[in-house]
Design a binder for this molecule. Structure first.
Ligand SMILES: Cc1cc2nc3c(=O)[nH]c(=O)nc-3n(C[C@H](O)[C@H](O)[C@H](O)COP(=O)(O)OP(=O)(O)OC[C@H]3O[C@@H](n4cnc5c(N)ncnc54)[C@H](O)[C@@H]3O)c2cc1C
Length: 504
């Protein structure tokens, strides 16, 4: 989609609302203020949606970065349900804006699958129940269903969210900006807000070549806000994550990734993927609390795909970039009025597509209509993010959790291999049919029965793991010395007739 230029601010003027930052939070706020008939200007230091809002993976999901359990613990069940409902409104807002305005190039595709790499169906079932209880439209997918859509032996059961979808985020942001302009909003690019005087009825915002006076100012600058308001910037932990798009994978992609919705396969803020342009994969992950050259992560992201889908073969990297999101200590967004006429909309972390929409709507309603629904976020105050120490701790925790999750996944796969080997052995024993002990054989059959020189060992497939072979040796019926009247080497009666007994 074409990216129109907006002018730099080169004069002084007055406006009802001045929004700082043209990411999704600032643009939604501006659109909703303008639609209500108030004058509004957006100051953007760079270009529209140049930061996280135009660089993300485009998953529009209900909920927040914080877990439901932690929310219930902190604010109680009813309050959690109300916040969850607002987060769903954020999802519906994005859907409605795209549909009502036929936004070009946004291409919404329904569904989100949160896949587990450990075999814990009870845990997934409990998560689904908890989500439903809070108001989410989710269902559990068993392992077979997941693997029919995503052919990876690493995957077990999943939570499927029907109300979620994915989009082209930059085109959505550009569409939003155009709607705001059409509604009367003025957007200024290359216009950083350098200083602010928030006292008094009219706040004064200085930029390199012009000044704005406004009754309300909205800080929607995310982690780039920096020195404009250091006390606010210090409440966000900048987290950089990397996004890669493969070269076209042709028809082979269809053999491994049939699901068209969005996929996340960890509980953390990384490891997400989806199909783009029909046969390419977009993959994100490898979070860092510092910025690094994105090219360094191309190999790592490509090998993440190879580990999940070894049969897919080598994937070539077509594009890679990074983006930085802002995370709060409580993992919930910062939404509301800090002092009279001074508003904040930030800290959306990796859940910004729905929550920026929700925040923009809440703040516009707060400013213009006096609606104080935003106060539901009051328990999540501005909390210092811990500076460098906080960042180091967060990175350490991320690495530690990644390693723990990898180990838990390996244990689940090992257990699955053992179980399958046992089942194969049991099936083979059952297929060989029951062995009738000689004392129960009819006399005429006994007379014609061949005398076995080896125990009745069934040729059991050993499965793929070495431990399968150990089991097999362990469970082979023991050779016994023939008793009188008993064919030499025949298996003890119950050992061969019960599948269980051959497997333990
Ligand atoms: C790689 C990546 C993948 C992600 N994937 C998803 C996803 O799939 N789903 C999801 O829900 N969320 C995702 N997110 C998170 C989501 O993108 C963000 O939470 C959201 O875009 C934040 O929007 P924002 O408007 O608050 O901030 P930003 O998009 O960062 O915008 C802030 C803007 O403010 C401007 N600004 C700052 N200071 C000033 C100033 N002093 N003067 C003028 N302008 C200023 C900046 O230049 C910037 O353009 C992802 C984030 C990243 C980085």
């Amino acid at each position: 989609m074409a990216r129109p230029h907006h002018p730099r601010l080169g004069f002084d003027f007055d406006v009802d609302v001045c929004v700082i930052g043209a990411g999704l939070a600032g643009l939604t706020t501006a659109l909703e203020v303008a639609r209500r008939g108030w004058s509004v200007a957006v100051l953007e230091g760079g270009r529209i949606a140049e930061a996280a809002s135009g660089r993300n993976t485009g998953f529009v999901l209900p909920g927040f970065a914080e877990s439901i359990d932690a929310m219930v613990e902190r604010i109680g069940l009813d309050h959690t349900k109300r916040l969850w409902a607002l987060s769903e409104q954020g999802v519906n807002y994005v859907r409605r804006i795209i549909a009502d305005n036929n936004l070009p190039g946004v291409d919404p595709v329904p569904g989100w699958l949160h896949v587990h790499q450990t075999d814990e169906p009870d845990r997934v079932r409990a998560a689904v129940e908890r989500l439903r209880w809070i108001g989410a439209d989710v269902e559990m997918w068993p392992t077979e269903q997941v693997r029919a859509e995503l052919a990876s032996q690493r995957y077990f059961s999943a939570v499927h969210c029907r109300n979620a979808f994915h989009i082209h985020p930059l085109n959505y942001a550009l569409g939003l900006a155009q709607l705001a302009v059409d509604a009367g909003c003025r957007i200024f690019e290359d216009t950083p807000a350098l200083a602010i005087d928030p006292a008094g009825v009219r706040k004064r915002i200085a930029t390199p070549n012009g000044r704005v006076r406004a009754a309300h100012v909205v800080f929607a600058g995310n982690v780039q806000l920096g020195g404009l308001m250091p006390s606010l910037s210090a409440t966000l932990l900048p987290v950089t994550t990397y996004v890669m798009v493969t070269e076209p994978l042709g028809e082979r992609l269809q053999q491994f990734v049939r699901y068209r919705g969005a996929v996340s396969d960890t509980d953390r803020a990384d490891n997400h993927y989806r199909i783009v342009d029909g046969d390419r994969l977009m993959v994100s992950g490898r979070i860092r609390v510092w910025q690094a050259d994105a090219g360094r992560f191309a190999g790592a992201l490509a090998s993440d795909i190879a580990r999940k889908f070894p049969g897919l073969g080598r994937v070539e990297v077509a594009q890679i970039w990074s983006g930085t999101l802002g995370r709060t200590i409580h993992r919930m967004p910062q939404i509301g009025e800090m002092s009279e006429g001074v508003w904040v909309a930030s800290g959306f972390a990796g859940h910004g597509l729905n929550t920026t929409a929700m925040a923009g709507d809440l703040i516009a309603r707060g400013i213009v209509d006096g609606d104080d629904t935003w106060r539901l976020f009051a328990p999540y105050e501005l909390v210092w993010a811990g500076g460098r120490t906080g960042a180091a701790v967060a990175q350490g925790l991320y690495w530690w959790r990644s390693a723990a999750a990898a180990a838990a996944g390996a244990v689940s796969r090992y257990r699955e291999r053992r179980r399958l080997a046992k089942e194969e052995r049991a099936a083979a024993v059952a297929a060989a049919g029951p062995v009738v002990p000689p004392e129960r054989m009819p006399a005429e059959e006994l007379a014609t029965a061949p005398v076995a020189s080896e125990p009745a060992v069934v040729d059991v497939p050993s499965g793929t793991s070495p431990e399968g072979q150990t089991e097999r040796r362990k469970n082979r019926p023991k050779r016994r010395r023939a008793r009188k009247g008993e064919p030499e080497g025949s298996a003890p009666p119950d050992a061969a007739s019960s599948p269980e007994s051959t497997t333990h």
